[in-house]
Design a protein around this ligand. Sequence first.
Ligand code: UFG
Length: 330
Amino acid sequence: MTAETNVLVTGGAGYIGSHAVLALLDAGKRPVVIDNLVTGFRWAIPENVTFYEGNVADADLVARIIREERIDAIMHFAGSIIVPESVENPLKYYGNNTAASRSLIESALTNGVRHFIFSSTAATYGIPESSPVREGMPTLPINPYGMSKLMTEYMLRDVAAAHDFNYCALRYFNVAGADPSARSGQSTAGATHLIKVAVEAALGKRDSVAIFGTDYATADGTGVRDYIHVSDLAAAHVIALDALLTDPASSHILNCGYGHGYSVLEVLDAVDRVTNQMLDRKIEGRRAGDPDELISDNRAIKSRFGWQPRFDNLDTIVAHALQWERKLSR
Ligand code: UFG
């Protein structure tokens, strides 16, 4: 019998982390969660999963978990994720993202964990010079959030070069949707992400949806993004884990997106289609720092890992987000 793979999932009570926990369980791995429950929810962690409440920068706690749970790999989701907040309070982001990651990576090294999967972001590119954006293009973040994540990528690169350690940094594009069986979804209040905002409005939790800018250099003038279903993203983490375990000499930095985009108007039309009603739309000015278009080149993750999306359909993403939003209201 092969030994079970024990994976420490930081931020496992949060939106993407909780979907990774489900994907690990579905793949027969053993997730162990650490989360400080600042933005995550205890109920988002399945009952049969071992949970530690605490901070990833608590080196004593992390050392104890690694030892007691015989951790083989770390998936690091915990962190702060609100771009405008990072502009107002950069040190929070360099603390919760960069410094906490530094501590966690050191805990991994000190305690013999040699595989690390990191939640990175398309925000590391800033405003890309062309679209679709490839991993080799310049990384010039335009906000502290993106910079805090890029600095962690640099630490991982340097640590992998110096030690017996490999990593995969996955650069997420626009993550949306929810578990198809509604076991988890996006639950944090005060959402700013388009699809979440739109399904809240569709269920009467908001009066309308703002359209931030209609003068972008896109077909209909609204911003275009590459929306990826959270379950396809979670699956990419499990494949990355297997790749790191199979080939300990290789590390990866890979985009996670579908390679095509939708405008704000196309997203709102999809919500109207799925709900069979008309959202109230309000045209507003541009939001600071929004690029016209952000689309991934996803050839690298497909060819290297054989990753194949299962939910590359905007109406499906919206339908799953809506199903979860309904469940949340009950
Ligand atoms: N938008 C609206 N109205 C809303 C919300 C968003 O029109 O109420 C528009 C935005 O202007 C943008 C698009 O919808 O054109 C998507 O906006 P989101 O806020 O949903 O997502 P972002 O593209 O701004 O953010 C995503 C990730 C971040 C990451 C960033 C990188 O969620 O974590 O991409 O650029 F940092």
